[in-house]
Write a protein that binds this ligand. Structure first.
Ligand code: BG6
Length: 483
């Protein structure tokens, strides 16, 4: 057997992309509740009203201009408001997960359901009880849930009150939220991840102005994460708390040493800057030079350094979808990927959204992480976003998704046989949900189809795709039968 007994198999979803019920159960609004959908060629944007009444927009993760207010417009359909309505379908969904043989599942807890208006507004018991039911049932069905605290969805209230993560006050707010979760779900959740893809600020946010602010936001999130790790271990020494970093797997486009160096620097900046700090407990030696290149000076206090050291992550979670290329040569063709713009690899096929499919890169990446970090790994996200067609008889033949998953699972198995220390694999979005990048429902990752389109038409009925039966076979055989 390649995979050890007890290896965790499942899928990953998130509160804001799956739950819907955006204004139910005492939840307060989050930024994404104001985002319109994009398309395969265009990322989504947040729309708002400027102080003078005109309409404006910023990319997701962007900050509103001074005086502007979030606003819902009648001519925009907001896909996250309903999403796949996990909030009202969770029992049925967990049953389907169990049928596929899940031994875990990952979702995030919406901060805006637990503390809709920060600590001063008090804990919303309805939100606490919602997740308690979900985690209890998951356990009854044989799943050991791995739960994410923060997935880009702090209540808008915080932005209005503190301005955002560049304000240190966010650290205490986050810690209070984490404490409630660790205490309320003690015994139900034994593995946590603090921030989903903390390096997303590096990848997305840096495209917008104010680099200093972005570095500060990352720093505060890393300190908040470390404090949460310390708190979790105090609550229960057996709790395992991981970091979660978006997988950056890139290759030099040519053997030109300048490309090789540029590519390594890209990896240091986009991945290691955050992963090293969270897993090794201190900023890497190259961190300051990275900031200097961006013209940012930041003094890290001794107190923060001590917190980072004490609050090292117990494991490293990561996502992997595709790989890319990096070059110093100007005539290269641009490529796309998860929140990254890089250069297209001529050896690889791309998905309908332009993401290169690279199972060999996946194996390479698993080895790199294993060698560099020497802590248990957890693959939180892997999958193919594609258009699906429902046949007249209701079946969905998603052979392309099976091919993608199979090739990546083979790489995973080989990596494990070659010594990579990983304790779980969860596909991304096993239940069709809203795309983070484009806001579409029709960019589907699921093994379970959800009848809902980008305009809000659909019954929300769930259907098993062909990939449902493939994953069921894989998970029931503990990863032995991948054919
Ligand atoms: C990951 C995010 O980076 O990529 C998910 O954690 C996201 O939230 C996933 O959905 C796939 O990206 P997209 O843009 O296809 O939804």
């Amino acid at each position: 057997m390649a995979f050890p007994k007890g290896f965790l198999w499942g899928t990953s979803i998130s509160a804001e992309q799956a739950e819907g019920a955006w204004n139910e159960g005492g939840k307060s609004p989050v930024q994404i509740d104001y985002a319109a959908s994009g398309s395969a060629s265009e990322n989504r944007r947040i729309w708002f009203l400027n102080e003078d009444g005109s309409r404006g927009s910023v990319p997701v993760f962007g900050h509103l201009p001074k005086g502007a207010k979030y606003h819902l417009f009648d001519d925009i359909h907001y896909t996250n408001h309903t999403a796949c309505d996990f909030y009202h379908h969770w029992e049925e969904d967990l049953d389907l997960f169990a049928e596929m043989g899940f031994t875990t599942f990952n979702t995030s807890i919406a901060w805006s359901r637990i503390y809709p208006y920060g600590v001063q507004g008090g804990v919303n018991r309805e939100g606490v009880e919602f997740y308690r039911q979900v985690f209890t049932r998951a356990r009854e069905l044989g799943m050991d849930p791995v739960i994410t605290l923060y997935k880009y969805d702090e209540p808008v209230y915080f932005e209005e009150t503190y301005g955002g993560w560049d304000n240190r006050a966010m650290i205490d707010e986050f810690l209070a939220f984490a404490k409630v979760c660790f205490t309320e779900y003690k015994g139900l959740v034994n593995k946590w991840m603090t921030f989903n893809e903390l390096n997303i600020i590096m990848m997305m946010g840096m495209k917008q102005n104010d680099l200093k602010r972005r570095y500060l936001e990352m720093h505060h999130q890393m300190v908040a994460s470390a404090k949460a790790v310390i708190e979790a271990h105090k609550t229960d020494p057996d709790l395992k708390v991981g970091a979660m970093i978006a997988g950056i797997c890139a290759f030099p486009l040519t053997p030109d040493p300048a490309d090789v160096m540029e590519n390594y620097r890209y990896f240091q900046k986009m991945f290691c800057y955050c992963a090293d700090t969270q897993v090794r407990g201190e900023y890497p030696s190259f961190a300051e030079s990275i900031r200097q290149e961006d013209g940012v000076e930041m003094v890290i206090s001794e107190e923060d350094k001590a917190v980072l050291k004490e609050g090292k992550a117990d494991f490293l979670g990561f996502s992997y979808y595709s790989s890319n290329c990096i070059t110093t040569h100007e005539d290269a063709e641009t490529g796309k990927g998860n929140m990254q713009d890089a250069v297209r690899n001529p050896y690889l096929q791309v998905s309908d959204w332009g993401w290169a499919m690279d199972p060999v890169g996946y194996k390479y990446f698993l080895h790199v992480l294993n060698d560099r970090y020497q802590v248990p790994l957890f693959d939180v996200e892997n999958g193919l976003g594609a258009y699906d067609k429902v046949e007249a008889d209701g079946s969905i033949h998603d052979q392309y998704r099976i091919d993608y998953l199979r090739s990546h699972l083979r790489s995973l198995k080989e990596a494990v046989e070659e010594g990579v220390n990983i304790f779980g694999y969860t596909t991304w979005g096993g239940l069709d949900l809203v795309s983070a990048g484009t806001g579409q429902m029709e960019k589907r990752y699921g093994m379970i189809y959800v009848d809902m389109d980008d305009q809000g038409h659909g019954t929300l009925e769930r259907k098993r795709k062909d990939s449902f039966y493939y994953i069921q076979k894989v998970y029931h055989s503990n990863g032995e039968d991948l054919d």
